[in-house]
Design a binder for this molecule. Structure first.
Ligand code: SF4
Length: 358
């Protein structure tokens, strides 16, 4: 059987997050409130607090995820003063030198990446850089008050790809003010053309305390529905999957810090957003499979990898119930087969694969 790219969104390092909310930010982007997202107000935690946070998270590490990266999130890392960048890197480096972690990662804005700022990282065990792209459309970037251009992102990606060996992650958002379905697809295509090692896709949410919350109250901003966000993210996932670019996160997840009921005022939030997207992909693939099969027997067996099972079933078995009704199937037996790729199922001895069409 032909082997298709194996897109496994769950294979990622053990990340030890150190939050530095809004540290290094030149201003506040309209959608952002890192104090809410990270549950932390202090942009500059003390050295002792950072070390304690790292030690606490390291105690949660499981043997199945041995690659460990200490991560500075929630701010604009390379927008910090050089001495602060070096201070944070030196704290994290100690854990790498002691063998308790394998590398350092951080997120930063595209317009902070230059040969000069990258030179500050020399000698530190940085392994991954995540860049907040958000959109590859200057009009949308203006609406969102990002304060950088698409050209900054293109230059940043080129510099990171050509002058460093860091793994490159690019983050994009959907449902931004002024964005459209087609603009977002174009953003996805342009991000894929940058050949990052991985991407994250975040639907825009109306967070308490953000400027977007005011716009939402005034009727200036209307968020995507959950259905539209899942549909668009599905198409974007296909763009990246076709290029074998891993999508490591789709949607903001509830954490101990983020309380969706209190902090998310509106927008397509779902605690298992990524699973909804993958279930929608499977629903299309399974429907197409049975349509092409013609006659469908009363009892159907589906073999799949254990990690694909819930996605094939859909939320509360919605996919299976839909298939049963649509193709008059009496019973569907689900059989775990971890020898299969996660994007391939065997339906009554016939392969059914995610094709990533959009
Ligand atoms: S999106 Fe990034 S740059 Fe903008 S305010 Fe939030 S953390 Fe700062």
């Amino acid at each position: 059987m032909e082997k298709l790219p194996d897109i496994r969104i769950n294979r990622r390092p053990f990340i030890v997050p150190v939050f530095i909310p809004h540290a290094g930010c030149p201003h506040r982007c309209v959608f952002c409130n890192q104090s809410v997202t990270t549950g932390q107000k202090n942009p500059f935690p003390s050295e002792n607090d950072i070390s304690q946070t790292i030690l606490q998270f390291l105690s949660f590490r499981r043997k199945t995820r041995p690659w460990t990266e200490i991560s500075f999130y929630g701010g604009n890392f390379l927008g910090l003063a050089p001495e602060r960048v070096e201070h944070l890197l030196s704290i994290a480096s100690r854990f790498v030198e002691q063998g308790q972690a394998d590398g350092i990662r951080f997120s930063t804005r595209p317009d902070t990446i230059s040969s000069q700022t990258l030179a500050r990282l020399a000698g530190y065990p940085v392994t991954t850089v995540e860049v907040g792209v958000q959109s590859m459309n200057d009009r949308v970037l203006d609406h969102t008050r990002r304060g950088h251009r698409v050209s900054h992102t293109l230059r940043a990606a080129t510099l990171l790809k050509t002058q460093t060996t860091y793994r490159l992650g690019l983050q994009m958002m959907i449902g931004l003010p002024g964005d459209t379905f087609l603009d977002a697809l174009e953003t996805g295509r342009q991000i894929a053309a940058c050949e990052p090692d991985f991407v994250r896709i975040y639907p825009t949410l109306v967070l308490k305390g953000s400027l977007l919350a005011q716009w939402f109250d005034q009727g200036i901003y209307v968020p995507l529905s959950l259905e539209a966000a899942v549909d668009l993210t599905k198409s974007l996932y296909c763009i990246f999957a076709k290029k074998n670019i891993r999508v490591i996160r789709m949607g903001l997840q509830p954490t101990a810090e983020l309380n969706p009921e209190a902090d998310v005022l509106a927008g397509p939030f779902h605690p298992a957003f990524g699973e909804l997207v993958l279930a929608a992909l499977w629903r299309e693939a399974l429907t197409s499979h049975f349509q092409q099969a013609g006659t469908v027997p009363g009892i159907v067996s589906i073999q799949a990898h254990s990690r694909a099972m819930s996605r094939i079933r859909g939320l509360k078995n919605a996919n299976l119930n839909n298939l049963k009704t649509r193709f008059q199937i009496d019973r569907i037996d689900m059989i775990t087969n971890d020898a299969l790729f996660e994007n391939t199922a065997i339906i009554n001895d016939m392969p059914c694969r995610l094709t990533y069409e959009y």
